[in-house]
Design a protein around this ligand. Structure first.
Ligand code: COI
Length: 355
């Protein structure tokens, strides 16, 4: 039986690319859900392998009230984008990295995961079916959200008897409105436990809601986002709500090392590679709040935020301000990254995958 309800908007027999232009203003895209035509789903039982998925009209899903994802948070997600190039191609950026990261998260939460090939194929099918929702070049991207979750019913605290891999998508523009970020350092709550024993390093669904108290308060006080510290010492920076952090001092680049508590961002890894290729020294190590406050430049990276510069960081009563603008290193790195992603710059490392 399908987990999906019949959808008034269409049926599985309708599936095929719709050609008319969607009625949206591409100039006004932000990072909020715009439902598209189709989603992809594939199910498998505990102890088995995923084998065959299918596209279906985008719509609500039906879940048992005792599904593993609802009761015990057995679920992870990914985020990646499809880019329309000036020459009409559609590109994905390092999608196999998302597949590999999903597998690591799945192993940690005792779930089966799709193979890299199944993952990438499912992403491509989802993009093709929703092609009309990929924004024109320069106007935004189609954000894809793969989910892997325990959807079988169980009352006891144990791995779910059934799993669903699902991909839905939405056209998006900038994650943060209003330019460079003003970050608040959180000194009461932590995003994850320090070290390799926790789940901070996987995209567990349970890593995100615990930041809402901090972000809601910070936003009410005029900040754009919150930066979290390590739970072991409360002294070193880890990451912001939905992105990794970089610090620049005297032309050297620093970012917290991947230690099990920090999400191994694909944009993070790519920016490190681009910076090294440009001849910059990049160091992955612990960075104290104090060191960050004395930096020349600070920026964030992530699929959703791309590369976003930081204008200020506030820690307790102290506020540090940083230079921002087109001449800054973060802008140079962003330009190269986006150039490769959108097919404007040569992709020497075969990071892009054509749909
Ligand atoms: C992404 O950058 O794709 C993320 O996963 C961030 C998301 C929580 C908005």
């Amino acid at each position: 039986p399908s987990i999906l309800r019949d959808n008034e908007e269409g049926s599985e027999s309708d599936i095929g690319e719709k050609n008319n232009q969607p009625d949206i203003n591409w100039e006004e895209l932000g990072f909020s859900l715009i439902p598209t035509d189709y989603m992809y789903a594939m199910k498998c039982a505990k102890g088995e392998k995923f084998s065959q998925g299918t596209l279906m009209p985008y719509g609500n899903i039906e879940l048992s009230p005792s599904a593993g994802i609802l009761n015990y948070g057995q679920g992870i997600f990914e985020g990646l984008k499809a880019y329309r190039t000036e020459h009409g191609r559609i590109l994905l950026f390092r999608p196999e990295e998302n597949a590999l990261r999903m597998k690591i998260g799945a192993d940690r939460l005792c779930m089966p995961s799709p193979s890299v090939e199944q993952f990438v194929d499912a992403v491509k099918q989802t993009v093709i079916a929703n092609k009309r929702w990929v924004p024109p070049p320069g106007k935004g991207t189609l954000y894809l959200r793969p989910l892997l979750m325990g959807t079988g019913a169980a009352l006891g605290v144990a791995p779910s008897p059934e799993y669903t891999f699902l991909i839905y998508c939405s056209p998006v523009g900038n994650y943060h409105k209003g330019g460079p970020l003003n970050l608040k350092v959180e000194d009461k709550f932590y995003r994850s436990i320090s070290g390799s024993g926790g789940t901070g390093g996987i995209k567990s669904v349970t890593n995100y809601a615990p930041v809402y108290t901090s972000t809601t308060e910070a936003k009410a006080n005029g900040f754009s986002d919150v930066l979290f510290l390590d739970s072991a010492t409360g002294k070193n920076i880890e990451e912001a709500t939905a992105c990794n952090i970089f610090v620049v001092k005297e032309n050297a680049i620093f970012t917290p090392a991947i230690d099990g508590a920090i999400l191994p961002g694909i944009t993070r890894k790519t920016i490190i590679d681009i910076a090294i290729d440009l001849g910059y020294k990049v160091m992955e190590r612990s960075i104290s709040v104090e060191e960050m406050m004395n930096a020349d430049e600070v920026f964030c990276t992530g699929t959703a935020v791309v590369v976003t510069s930081v204008a200020s960081v506030t820690y307790k009563e102290t506020r540090a301000e940083y230079k921002t603008g087109p001449e800054m290193l973060s802008e140079k790195l962003r330009g190269i990254l986006v150039g490769i992603q959108t097919g404007c710059l040569e992709d020497k490392k075969s990071w892009t995958v054509q749909v």
